[in-house]
Design a protein around this ligand. Structure first.
Ligand SMILES: [Zn+2]
Length: 407
């Protein structure tokens, strides 16, 4: 079994605390979960062996085992089927991942994320398993899920243009019955448009100052816009609101037509033609060229408390999300916090600014958690129990230097 978690850099010595017991029992639960997967697969294999006389029976065997497991564990058959699927993948296809789980080096959730991600690929190489496993051993589940997404997207990049075109052909809108006089209206859209729609609904909803929750406001705005075609019932300030979506395009890709793919925040890689279109025309797109550019305002020192818009956007872009351990709130919905408080001499500087969601911002200022800035925009969080967590930003800001190259 591992020390509590490789993600924890330092564990205070001495008598085990209540938190240590929490970690220990979580590790035991992970080890037992790994054994449960192995036993389920063994049960399944035994059932298959018992009926090899009849090849066509394997689907029935699977259903029978699924009901057996569901009944014994008092869970749904859907949940039992999921345990069987993940278990078989771990034991048969990714034994190294099962091994790591059985030593509590990774959690059940990490293992499931790996199975779901790698199963999307046609070919999974051993190096790829080692790569995701190394990340699983150090990252919390939220950032890990995004990292696996990036790796899977990277592996699938070669065929993205064709796959995207095929997928767009299947766009549709559906209405399905709900309960209590409700229904679901769902649209299957290109991800860029879907995020833009959700972003605009959120932006408009936030301008409405009344008792409704944000979810309710978004749903009402959605209805107003589609039924009446306008937001007449909404204040004037709401009109013309357009969401900002960040698209990152390596400059050389844009110029030469090859190289790393273009990415949209929260969406993943997009075809180059689409990226060209977005970078050329639409307003409301913040263009970030990953080829080094000069002229970016990185600091206003102590001249201003409030960072200029460019610096705010740069800091948010670097982090992509709230910089608290494991938090997934997008940076554009976060406050930009001075890590060393302005009132304690902190500078308005890229090295001292980080996005924090409202909840974690409050926690930082009003609890015993300690936060310090580390190189490259990382934050080190020290818990009240003395555990240390390093949260790294999603991206690095290019470093500009006038020093001669080192040769
Ligand atoms: Zn947060």
């Amino acid at each position: 079994m591992s020390s509590p978690s490789p993600y924890v850099d330092e564990v205070p010595e001495g008598i085990p605390t209540t938190l240590d017991w929490v970690v220990l029992s979580a590790d035991m639960a992970t080890i037992h979960a790994a054994q449960r997967y192995a036993c389920i697969v063994e049960l399944w294999d035994d059932a298959i062996r018992a009926v090899t006389r009849d090849e066509g029976a394997s689907v029935l065997v699977e259903r029978s085992v699924r009901l057996e497991v569901a009944s014994a564990l008092r869970i749904s058959e859907h949940a039992a089927g999921r345990l069987m699927g993940v278990g078989r993948a771990l034991v048969k296809r990714y034994p190294a991942v099962w091994e790591a789980m059985s030593h509590a080096d990774i959690t059940d959730t990490h293992a499931t994320i790996i199975v779901d991600g790698l199963d999307e690929l046609e070919i999974v190489r051993d190096e790829l398993v080692s790569e995701v496993l190394a990340l699983a051993e150090e990252m919390p589940t939220g950032p890990f899920r995004r990292a696996v997404r990036c790796i899977v997207d990277r592996e699938r990049e070669a065929t993205i243009a064709k796959r995207h075109a095929d997928a767009v052909a299947h766009r549709r809108v559906r209405v399905e019955p709900g309960v209590d006089g409700m229904a679901w209206l769902t649209a299957h859209l290109p991800a860029v448009e879907a995020h833009a729609i959700h972003g605009r609904l959120t932006a408009i909803a936030k301008t409405l100052d009344d008792e409704r929750s944000l979810d309710q406001k978004r749903a009402d705005v959605f209805g107003d816009l589609l039924i009446d075609g306008e937001t007449a019932s909404l204040p004037n300030t709401v009109r013309g609101i357009r969401p900002t979506v960040t698209v990152t395009v390596p400059a050389l890709t844009l110029l030469n037509g090859d190289g790393p793919a273009a990415h949209v925040d929260g969406v993943g890689p997009i075809p180059l033609d689409r990226a060209r279109e977005l970078c050329g025309a639409a307003s409301g797109w913040m263009r970030v060229l990953t080829h080094p550019e000069t002229g970016v305002v990185l600091s206003v020192g102590r001249e201003h408390y409030r960072p200029p818009a460019d610096l705010r956007r740069l800091v948010a872009w670097r982090a992509a999300r709230c910089m608290a351990p494991g938090c997934g709130i997008p940076a554009d919905r976060c406050d930009i916090d001075h890590t060393v408080d302005w009132h304690h001499g902190g500078h308005t500087d890229a090295t001292n600014l980080a996005p924090l969601c409202r909840g974690h911002h409050t926690l930082k200022h009003h609890t015993d958690w300690q936060v310090t800035a580390k190189p490259g925009g990382a934050l080190e969080w020290t818990s009240p129990a003395g555990r240390i967590y390093l949260v790294k930003p999603e991206r690095r800001i290019p470093q500009f230097t006038t020093d001669p190259p080192p040769f």
